[in-house]
Design a protein around this ligand. Structure first.
Ligand SMILES: Cc1cc2nc3c(=O)[nH]c(=O)nc-3n(C[C@H](O)[C@H](O)[C@H](O)COP(=O)(O)O)c2cc1C
Length: 171
């Protein structure tokens, strides 16, 4: 019997579960509600050096979408191994947005975009292009400010539905 669309999606996810990624929390500031928004994201990609361009994909039902499009800018926080709890919290859609920020140390950064202060670094970007891609929206941003907060950080990794610290080097 041929594979159903659902079975194909499962196979797609099964393969991607074997591919480790870094972990970020993408934040924005809603100029209408005067409130911070953000979620855990591993679809972050660096795209270009001249100019500095990055992108990430956002599911259309995300609570952050409208705030992001009103603001026209976002900030990518790169997480360390000390922020696994933060990553889970910003990935749990049952947790109210206010609670996410109340339980996480943060400050207002450039353009009021929230910086999670325990992150290893961050990049703030103005949205230059947006595409609808299936059930997601893709936001290409031009980086206008950035900082490395830790010299030798332990970046947080995501793999097989769990968070990890980097392992041993291989030749
Ligand atoms: C490691 C990890 C990476 C994720 N990456 C993305 C992503 O790139 N884009 C996305 O829209 N959701 C991603 N999610 C799911 C969202 O973080 C999650 O659905 C979140 O609750 C959505 O935010 P909301 O509750 O404010 O709508 C990821 C979740 C995890 C655990």
């Amino acid at each position: 019997m041929s594979e159903t669309p659902q079975e194909r999606i499962e196979r797609f996810k099964q393969i991607l579960r074997q591919v480790p990624t870094g972990v970020t929390v993408v934040t924005t500031w809603d100029p209408l509600a005067h409130a911070p928004y953000g979620l855990t994201v591993n679809s972050f990609v660096s795209v270009s050096l001249s100019p500095l361009l990055v992108l990430f994909a956002l599911q259309k039902e995300s609570r952050t979408l409208h705030a992001l499009e009103r603001k026209g800018a976002y900030l990518v926080n790169f997480l360390t191994t000390r922020q696994a709890k933060t990553a889970w919290m910003f990935a749990d859609s049952r947790i109210p947005m206010d609670d996410r920020f109340q339980h996480t140390p943060w400050v207002e950064g450039p353009e009021r975009l929230p910086i999670l202060t325990e992150s290893l670094g961050w990049m703030a970007a103005k949205i230059r292009d947006v595409w609808t891609a299936g059930d997601h929206r893709i936001y290409l941003g031009e980086v206008f400010d950035l900082a490395l907060l830790e010299e030798e950080p332990d970046p947080l990794l995501y793999f097989r539905r769990a968070f990890y610290a980097p392992g041993r080097p291989v030749d």
